[in-house]
Design a protein around this ligand. Structure first.
Ligand SMILES: NC(=O)c1ccc[n+]([C@@H]2O[C@H](COP(=O)([O-])OP(=O)(O)OC[C@H]3O[C@@H](n4cnc5c(N)ncnc54)[C@H](OP(=O)(O)O)[C@@H]3O)[C@@H](O)[C@H]2O)c1
Length: 284
């Protein structure tokens, strides 16, 4: 049985991995027990757990806070990830870590493939890109997987409601709803992402991958479809991104094409199916 040491196990992706990698033995210390910055503790955990795979689903991904807390963003998303990759490489443990669509600037205007050049607009995106590069430099067996707009149940004490939960709660309470219509992404159901990662780690085709729901969609269209599927009736007002003020600059177009996964025969579900799978869990 594959032994997995999982960081960030209480988050959206971590929860999905813990639930869906049923053929793996998973050890998932909490953030309090093992923060990714604590390299000494991580080294000890690698010795005591003897995993085949170290999965890092932890991150500092409050995009706006990363603008103000740049040192923390760099430490958590880049330097610590690089050290974890080196520790894994020293023990010949497969390393898996996640990156983001925010490494791109959105200028392409069509789904980004792995071969496209990154150009992050935010400090969060820059810190994650630095993490990608440090994993590559560590030289071990590793998968770096960029994803986008992840949603799923989470056991994290600091979890925030998912975009779908917030939309449906507003719809049900009759609150007026405004959603950006000129920002396009690939919102991805965490369960589908976890399934794809499980298949990916069964291969030896190490490197950088995109893993996101198939098909680009604006957040407005995504919200309308979530309301339709949940049978909540309330009109949503489409707004422009410049009507929504935020600290960090985000790409207007950051849909990802999971091109290399496709070459391995690993398909990501279309975004509409992700909504259906999430609603079917009934966990709101
Ligand atoms: N969510 C998105 O829309 C999105 C989009 C693109 C890429 N990603 C990437 O996908 C990955 C998974 O995201 P997610 O949505 O599953 O995140 P999440 O739900 O916020 O979960 C993050 C997890 O990491 C833990 N954690 C946070 N800081 C940590 C640290 N310094 N050391 C150890 N554990 C720490 C959290 O524990 P506590 O809550 O107890 O602190 C939680 O278990 C991340 O790498 C993220 O950057 C996410």
């Amino acid at each position: 049985m594959t032994r997995v040491l999982l960081l960030g196990g209480s988050g959206q992706l971590g929860t999905a991995i813990a639930q869906r990698w049923s053929d793996c033995e998973i050890v998932a210390p909490s953030h309090d027990e093992l923060a990714i910055e604590q390299s000494g503790r991580l080294a000890d955990a690698l010795i005591s757990t003897r995993p085949d795979v170290l999965v890092n689903a932890a991150a500092f991904h409050d995009v706006d806070r990363c603008e103000d807390e740049q040192a923390t963003a760099l430490e958590t998303n880049a330097f610590s990830v690089g050290r974890a990759a080196r520790l894994a490489a020293q023990r010949d443990v497969l390393f898996v870590t996640m990156s983001t669509d925010y490494v791109f600037d959105g200028a392409k205007g069509s789904p980004y493939a792995e071969s496209d050049s990154p150009n992050p607009l935010s400090f969060y995106g820059a810190s994650k890109l630095a993490g990608e590069r440090l994993v590559e430099a560590a030289g071990g067996r590793a998968f770096v997987v960029r994803t986008c707009g992840v949603y799923g149940p989470s056991r994290s004490p600091s979890r925030r409601r998912t975009f779908i939960d917030r939309i449906l709660a507003a719809g049900e309470s009759g609150e007026p709803l405004r959603v950006v219509a000129d920002v396009v992404a690939s919102p991805t159901f965490a369960g589908d992402l976890a399934d794809a990662l499980r298949k990916l780690i069964g291969t030896t085709e190490y490197g950088l991958y995109h893993a996101a729901a198939a098909g680009p969609v604006s957040w407005y269209d995504f919200a309308c479809e979530a309301m339709r599927q949940a049978r909540v009736e309330l009109a949503i007002e489409p707004i422009a991104a410049n009507q929504w003020k935020a600290r960090a600059i985000r790409p207007r177009y950051s849909a990802l094409e999971s091109a290399k996964l496709g070459e391995l025969g690993i398909a990501m579900d279309p975004w509409r199916e992700g909504i259906a799978a999430y609603l079917a869990l009934g966990v709101r």
